[in-house]
Ligand binder design. Sequence first.
Ligand code: NAD
Length: 326
Amino acid sequence: MKTYLITGCAGFIGSNFVYYMLDKYQDIRLVNLDKLTYAGNLENLKGVEEDPRHIFVRGDICDQELVAKLIADYDPDFIINFAAESHVDRSIANPMIFVDTNVRGTVNLLQCCKEAWYDAGQKTWKKGKKYLQVSTDEVYGALGPEGYFTETTPINPHSPYSASKASADHYVKAFHDTYGMPMNITRCSNNYGARQSPEKLVPLMINNVRNHKSLPVYGDGMQIRDWLYVEDHCKAIDMVASNGKVGEVYNIGGHNEKPNIFIVKTIIEQVGKRLNDPEINEGLIKHVEDRLGHDRRYGIDPSKIKEDLGWYPETPFEVGIVKTID
Ligand code: NAD
């Protein structure tokens, strides 16, 4: 039986990962460490409340004593760090909390892994152990109209959020380069799907449309993101944890580059159709002042994960959004 210490899994992507893994593997144990910030929600885990394979622990990834105890008690094969402050607008308003959780929290996890898994005398690591850092394509900065992010694109973050994620990635790489720590980093594009926090673009627009509220769109709405259906992302993380080459970074995108305004119009169309409501129309769109330092385009080159693992996420946005609305 494999044991996973997973962090931040009362949040959006992590809770989807819990369902994905429990559905896929009978013989598994997931120890879920989450601080339950505004973004964590135990409602997301209602469906696994009674499942003995999932153990929920409320706590902070910055808490050295707690993390060390969880590693000692459960002896995880994998540690997968989803926990983060993840909202760009909040990072612009209050960058310090992003340093605490995203940077200090990650370094604490790395340090605890090293304490438990590394034999400094022999310079060896316990067999079968791996640390996986869930990161973001935002660490690469922005693209022009052409080209894609590859795993060797220089790191060039623009927001306090992406700067903190980039810093965490550097620490993960440093633990690999300095101590030989077995690790992977995954950098994904914008996720959407069930259980996403209501302040993010897709759920915000779905809720507003349902309630005939105006739909705030930053600037001209032509900021392009590569939209990744969350269940595809969970599948990719599982594949990288089990079969990714140690020490490698993997970019994970959705093959779905779309401007924000397209996302909003698709949601209007799909929700309008379901509710058969003529008041749901593009008149609800309201362009508002653009976000500071707003990156124009992200796009992901999928070749590496395809080559190493033989699979790439491929749910089209139009299919994923219908599942999300339902
Ligand atoms: P989320 O904000 O929905 O959830 C974050 C979770 O982390 C919450 O449950 C929260 O309670 C928990 N948490 C926060 N601080 C903590 C701490 N100090 N200790 C323990 N738990 C803590 O985030 P998400 O959208 O699910 O993102 C998960 C990961 O994926 C993050 O690392 C994020 O940077 C990355 N990511 C997300 C997206 C996206 O589109 N959502 C895109 C790229 C990368």
